[in-house]
Write a protein that binds this ligand. Sequence first.
Ligand code: ADP
Ligand code: 5GP
Length: 200
Amino acid sequence: MPSEAEKLAINRTTNLFVVTGPSGVGKGTMIAKILERVPHIAKSVSATTRQMREGERQNVDYFFCSSEEFFKMKLRGEFLEWAKFTEHYYGTPRSWVEKSLSEGQDVILEIEVEGAKQIRQKYPQAVLIFISPPSYDELKSRLQSRATESPERILTRLEKAKEELNSKNLFDYEVINDNLDEAIGNLEHIVYAERLRITR
Ligand code: ADP
Ligand code: 5GP
């Protein structure tokens, strides 16, 4: 006997969710929980030219590649969207996303703001969610305590964050990630509410 969640999945069209917002705001942390809690949803793995961080895995966290490989993929039209973020390139592989959606699975993209704007243009039906920090100082302290970048690179990301925070009105939803559990709960509500939508 299918569960209620499974019945819902059978009777619905699929959704492309885009989770965007400044680096360090908690996108990755929140999405990891959504993937554990919500059935029939998967996160796209992006290609990037940045160095692998300690603990990251090739083809799981990212397809880590050279700039040459990245540009070959771009020329072949393999990206749904791509952007340069600080000094590195990031792109979403088109074929996996299209295949997953056509097979009845919702997809989440975790991408920066320029890429999210491209998705807004190309896929007007995509659901775009902006994650905001409770304050700029809190964003700074999250990036500092994550400690995955040098102090100079953290500063670059914080400068970029100022621009990104000004773009939030282009998106459909804002979730403030102050209390983590509440923020995850709000993201989960958005996913389920969008699954019940009749029109867009
Ligand atoms: P992003 O994917 O947006 O760059 P991360 O998910 O890597 O951000 O989160 C950045 C850091 O902030 C991580 O160390 C994470 O554990 C921490 N973090 C995430 N959400 C919260 C929160 N609500 N309160 C405090 N720390 C948080
Ligand atoms: P990080 O280096 O911290 O992993 O990622 C830097 C920024 O790039 C984050 O905001 C992340 O969401 C974003 N990002 C990751 N993959 C992609 C992608 O495929 N496209 C775009 N446009 N941004 C991405």
